[in-house]
Write a protein that binds this ligand. Sequence first.
Ligand code: PLP
Length: 407
Amino acid sequence: MDYSRFFTTALDRLRDERRYRVFADLERIAGRFPHTTWHSPQGPRDIIVWCSNDYLGMGQHPKVIGAMVETATRMGAGAGGTRNISGTNHPLVELERELAELHGKESALLFTSGYVSNETGIATIAKLIPDCLILSDAYNHNSMIEGIRRSGCDKQIFRHNDLVHLEELLKAAGDRPKLIAFESIYSMDADVAPIGAICDLAKKYGAMTYLDEVHAVGMYGPHGAGVAERDGVMNSVDVIEGTLGKAFGCFGGYISASADLCDAVRSYAPGFIFTTALPPAICAAAAASIRHLKSSQWERDRHQDRVARAKAVLTAAGLPVMPSDTHIIPIAVGDPEKCKAASDLLLTEHGIYIQPINFPTVPKGTERLRVTPSPYHDDHLIDALAEALVDVWEKLGLPLRRAMAAE
Ligand code: PLP
């Protein structure tokens, strides 16, 4: 049997559908973010990254790097196995305390990524609730969808951020237990959930709430706990899930909730029990990042300032900037080949890296570039981005708003 042909055929299918993904070979330069070395086919080249989810540049912060190096030097590189087999390293215990405090919850539980925390967290929580019905926002991330699927529970999908539809489904569900799963910031459309109103509905109809704050932690709220903190509704959410891999600049994921809920997930979740714990140096670095962002407002203020300027400059340049209430700036392309070509031209001709966002990450016909400014993208970099995008748009025959207005 020629097994390799199955894989070749699968890859050909992706290429035919223009869905084959190519990743740039990048080397981040600590202290010079967003400057990065691209290992191009012609050799190393200095470029600017405009699509990192290290939103605040905390991955290069001296306190974060310092904590990581110091802890690795004292405690070594790995965690030594699962927590069930090898015990828990002390920096991990401290990090869980830090996270519980950040979200004003009794407890927190760490996983090896945000993906795993959603997948195994939602599946376990819902399985432990007899006859649970999960109500899931239509735009929820794949990790939540997989968690819901693995729970084996009944599910219903409510239209994205649609309170009327959610209420209809809650009402129709009657007295059975219900879990509402949603995100605070939807990272491809850059819009925000009405968290308070969803929690009010949950209370009215006796449902539990599970909120993914992956694209908000570190960046919103006076202590960086997320949009629920900013909106003053953190206490109304039963489970807050987050990542340490984006604005906190490190790696790992977590849930924070009541002590019993976290203890039950700790005791039942296969994605927690059967995998090696986060290494001590990662935990110490993440804790340093969280502590810094709890008290420092500079990164959040400067981030919002850069985002506002980038939105204004790109919009004034006539680019099809999609509406965004957040720090994420999607620019509509609407064609997978042109989206990939735009990304390639930006990189090769302008030294700017923005990964194309195509199906299945977004629906077909809504392909886009997704720009994420950081506190370190200065005026000069923003102006250079606008010029480069206009040049690429013209080369590819993509519509610019000022050209459309002049017609
Ligand atoms: N939740 C959402 C909404 C995400 O966008 C992502 C990843 O991009 C995750 C969870 C997974 O988080 P992590 O990257 O830490 O695995």
